[in-house]
Write a protein that binds this ligand. Structure first.
Ligand code: ZN
Length: 118
């Protein structure tokens, strides 16, 4: 999985390119960083940028094993790709997104038109 610094940079890039209305809600993988700690890092990192005054809400998410047989469970390791499903023995997908933007939804909101918040 990515390092926290890289995740911060890509999150800042993502949030800089979409309209946020001053608020964003994200999930951070608990294997990567504690949500409160991530929020502090974000606030520190965005000082002096257009994201400085954004109200960021951070929840945690976990790495999960998801299989076609219906198996869906938390995985405690930092792992990417595929693993064997403990339930049926077939290959199951490991979902370990470092972060996910819940709101604003990057697919629904437009690209930022100005560099100021409206
Ligand atoms: Zn399975």
């Amino acid at each position: 999985m990515d390092k926290v610094g890289n995740v911060l940079i890509s999150l800042v890039e993502d949030l800089s390119s979409i309209s946020t209305n001053g608020h964003a809600h994200i999930q951070i993988n608990e294997n990567l960083c504690d949500p409160c700690q991530f929020e502090r890092l974000f606030n520190y990192f965005t000082r002096g940028t257009i994201l400085e005054h954004i109200d960021l809400e951070v929840d945690s998410t976990s790495t999960r094993v998801v299989c076609g047989c219906g198996y869906n469970s938390k995985m405690n390791e930092d792992h990417s790709g595929y693993t064997k499903c403990p339930s049926c023995g077939k290959f199951a997908e490991v979902r370990n997104d470092a972060y996910r933007i819940l709101s604003p939804n990057p697919r629904k909101v437009g690209k930022r038109r100005s560099i100021r918040f409206e």
